[in-house]
Design a binder for this molecule. Sequence first.
Ligand code: KIV
Ligand code: NA
Length: 263
Amino acid sequence: MKITISTLQKQVHEGHKITMLTCYDASFAAMLDAAGVEILLVGDSLGMVIQGHNSTLPVSLDDLVYHTACVCRGTKQALVLADMPFGSYQQSKEQAFANAAKLMAAGAEMVKIEGGAIMAETTEFLTQRGIPVCAHIGLLPQSVHSYGGYKVQGKTEEQAAQLKQDAKVLEAAGAAMVLMEMVPAQLAKEITESLTVPTIGIGAGADVDGQVLVLHDMLGVYPGKKARFVKNFMQGTTSIQGAIEAYVQAVKAKTFPAAEHSF
Ligand code: KIV
Ligand code: NA
């Protein structure tokens, strides 16, 4: 059965966790899809794990369109979510719509935009024109140079209050999902409880509606630095398929993420 935002909402309502992994090509898409991963994220992390850059900033819209089309060809059931890359949406809501439309034409069923309340207007503009939006708050990798590194967000009371407000404002603007990256587990829990739409976490603890990891991180093939929230699911199995299945099972059973993967 095709996964849609409505089936995901129903699933969360019934107490089942959502599984998401990044995916950049048709072969992995088919494998992830068969393992029951509900959402395939064509992430701009491809800039790092596929292209070998040291950030996501050099990724172009054409890169995302290409990889989205590849992933869609391998997918039967999963919902395909495509990242809007750096520079493709920040300028104006009109710019965001024109570029999101290209990702949708390539087969994406939802687009992801980094940013808090500042992206509310854009989120509303796209949503009202038929493009579902996943908000991405907390650590925004496209803003790495303004943070001066990949750091946990929402640690001070003031930052935490801001993140809570960002989530509420984005939901009110029509965001179909809210993804939180590198935020304290307790804060992610409180935000999840305050929202109606599903939340997805990466480095956000276990009390969110779903989890996401970068495929190359959870398979242990990315040569770069391993973040605290990453688990190598190849450990304890002999096949890639086994690792994907172990991830799905661990998220569903709520055994991943553990405290050691959280902040
Ligand atoms: O690009 C990506 O892989 C992402 C995840 C880290 C959520 O946006
Ligand atoms: Na991304």
